[in-house]
Write a protein that binds this ligand. Structure first.
Ligand SMILES: [Zn+2]
Length: 304
């Protein structure tokens, strides 16, 4: 499932390749992919002629900002992918929505399992967008105006790569929670964009057990966790994301980060730090990978 680094990779690719492009028309091959407006025929008629101004990301959603202020949101969910296809590329049977661009290329929304959703929103309130260079240009901020696509993101926590996400802010948020660290990192209302892969990786780097209760961390623990979250996400972006099954960038190619992971899906293989076999447990129905020596079990926990 695409997490922050994978979605960011797609957004940056699209910023390079389709910013400035005009959507001549769209074809919807799976109605339920369209979240709004309804019915899908209305989506098709409203998107025709739209010009893509800029592409960015919020949480695990790709945002295509249109010239007229509207915003197209693409939530990739389990198996969604946005792929730019050159003219003459064979049709893709898994393309649920195809945006035909005026220059002859196609922007294809491919989704084998069909969980992803696309919405077209009035926009408003979004500024300082873009997936370009530097943290500042990546920031998605809300102005004083009403945030009309906010419905999509109202429940989301802070963006971990934004400058405002400081160790102090993380400490303050953790101190109010007694949930297990792994559970909390997966909670999109606590922190946006982190999923199973990067949660396990961040906890290994921070030497924190996945079952540690959030409010038991001291200031040094929190600083290590803060640094580790940002590190694994940045490395994931630099390597164009982690591909295990369906994830590809907008070039249709898998990312290179999976082979660089420290613990995720490395059960029984030696820890890169201490050599002990990586263990797998299940936390909240999610596979969780950690090193039993580097990430000591919390005192008094019922950890297996
Ligand atoms: Zn270890």
């Amino acid at each position: 499932m695409p997490e922050l680094p994978e979605v960011e990779t797609v957004a940056r690719d699209l910023q390079r390749w389709v910013a400035g492009a005009t959507i001549r028309r769209a074809a919807v091959h799976w109605d339920r992919t369209i979240r709004r407006p309804q019915p899908p025929e209305r989506f098709v008629s409203e998107i025709a002629g739209a010009v893509i101004r800029q592409v960015s990301r919020r949480a695990k959603t790709v945002l295509l900002h249109l010239d007229d202020g509207r915003v197209l949101t693409v939530a990739l969910r389990m198996t969604g992918a946005l792929i730019v296809a050159d003219p003459g590329t064979p049709a893709d049977p898994y393309a649920r929505v195809v945006f035909e661009l005026a220059d002859g290329r196609e922007l294809r929304y491919r989704d084998v399992r069909k969980f992803g959703r696309i919405g077209l929103w009035p926009g408003g309130g979004l500024r300082s967008v873009g997936a370009g260079r530097g943290a500042r240009s990546r920031r998605v901020a809300e102005s004083g105006r009403r945030y009309r696509i906010g419905e999509v993101f109202s429940g989301h926590g802070p963006e971990p790569l934004q400058r405002g996400f400081t160790a102090e802010r993380l400490a303050e948020r953790l101190s109010r929670r007694s949930a297990k660290l792994k559970t909390l990192l997966l909670d999109q209302s606590f922190i946006a964009g982190v999923g199973n892969i990067y949660a396990d990786e961040a906890l290994w780097h921070a030497r924190l057990h996945p079952l540690r209760a959030a409010d038991t961390l001291d200031a040094r623990d929190v600083r290590r966790l803060h640094r580790s979250i940002r590190r694994v996400l940045r490395e994931g972006i630099a390597n164009r994301g982690s591909s295990f099954s369906d994830y590809v960038g907008a070039d249709g190619q898998p990312g290179a980060n999976a082979e660089r992971l420290a613990v995720y899906r490395r059960t029984e293989q030696p820890c890169f730090r201490c050599g002990r076999p990586v263990r797998r447990i299940v936390v909240g129905q999610r596979s969780t990978h950690f090193c039993p020596r580097c990430q000591p079990e919390p005192v008094g926990s019922a950890a297996p």
